[in-house]
Design a protein. Structure first.
Length: 343
């Protein structure tokens, strides 16, 4: 069952962010012989890693195995993964640092590794599964470009909203980011996810003033060219008043983290969007009886909303699968959702 198909069986589909990742033996076995950059840029390896959790856990969607920071590599900020976590050789701490930015290769050429992996997946993925591409949302990419990571108080990034660095960076980023989304659409992705993991650090006024106009412009531009492709927007740490303010007709799915009351989100937002979410990823580390109880309580909270609302729900985590998550819990959780989340 795809995410956006007519739900004849009246059951809730499920996929998890980072479902192809470090917790999974399938991934770790490939990682023994290949570094992270190779696994992303070798299209056959990316296909194999993406398919692993579909074949083992039966998720309803496959999400391309890649990384959201590749636009920073394309813009010559020196992205590497030599020591494990991503590192940048250039941080946008002042206007002078922008002298390093240049487009190393046109997006249509630079992102061919993603396009080829998606083309392979379009052939190998079961036809009843949805294929997802993804990119980082503008503010999150800007935060990494400024700070080198999403950590701390983001003082430099937040100051950059006011001293001009954010808008200046967008002049370089947005054309390439839009083109990256288009390349993935051309590769066969049914939907493109925009992941905005840093944006919830902002106050509400900055979110409205600086983030939403850029987001709406990007989604409108993409949809003008690819009206049949879905857009998923996930923002971490954003509460309901942030989500209600988005008001973007070009976003099809809103991902909500585990701090958002799911029943409220489905009640108040599902007329405009599908809702994806939202148990705490840490709950996958619980003993099965406790995880089962958590899933059962989540279903009890929403099951009386009726078909109109429940047909707009995609089950998932409030963020990504964490390292060392027990694989048996992932398998049992997906089985439990498929078996019990029916309306």
């Amino acid at each position: 069952m795809g995410l956006f198909e007519d739900r004849k069986e009246a059951s809730i589909p499920v996929w998890f962010m980072r479902q192809a990742g470090r917790y999974h033996d399938h991934y770790q076995n490939i990682k023994k012989d290949h570094n992270f950059m190779e696994m992303c840029k070798n299209s056959h390896l990316a296909e194999e890693i993406t398919l692993g959790p579909i074949e083992e856990f039966n998720f309803d969607a496959a999400i391309l195995f890649s990384d959201l920071l590749f636009p920073l590599e394309q813009l010559n900020l020196g992205l590497t993964y030599k020591n494990g976590p991503p590192e940048l050789s250039v941080h946008l701490q002042d206007k002078k640092s922008f002298e390093n930015i240049k487009v190393l290769e046109p997006a249509q050429d630079f992102y061919q590794f993603q396009k080829k992996a998606l083309e392979l997946l379009k052939t190998s993925l079961p036809k009843d599964k949805t294929l997802l591409g993804f990119v980082g949302a503008p503010f999150t990419l800007y935060t990494y470009a400024t700070e080198g990571a999403h950590k701390g108080n983001l003082i430099s990034s937040k100051k950059g909203l006011y001293d001009g660095r954010y808008q200046y960076f967008l002049e370089f980023l947005l054309p390439q980011l839009k083109a990256n989304m288009e390349v993935q659409a051309e590769g066969g992705a049914d939907a493109i996810c925009l992941f905005d993991t840093a944006v919830g650090e902002l106050c509400f006024r900055d979110f409205k003033e600086f983030i939403l106009p850029t987001l709406r412009g990007l989604t409108a531009s993409f949809k003008e060219k690819y009206p049949d492709k879905k857009i998923v927007y996930y923002s971490k740490l954003t509460h309901m008043h942030y989500l209600k303010e988005i008001k973007d007709p070009n976003i099809d799915v809103l991902g909500v983290d585990w701090r958002v009351d799911l029943k409220q989100a489905l009640t108040e937002l599902s007329d405009d969007y599908y809702i994806q979410g939202n148990i705490d990823p840490v709950h996958l580390h619980l003993e099965w009886n406790d995880l089962e109880n958590s899933l059962s309580q989540l279903w009890d909270d929403v099951k009386d909303l009726g078909k109109e609302k429940l047909s707009r729900w995609i089950m998932g985590l409030g963020h990504g699968v964490l390292p060392k998550t027990p694989q048996t819990n992932v398998l049992k959780a997906v089985e439990y959702i498929h078996r019990n989340f029916k309306y």
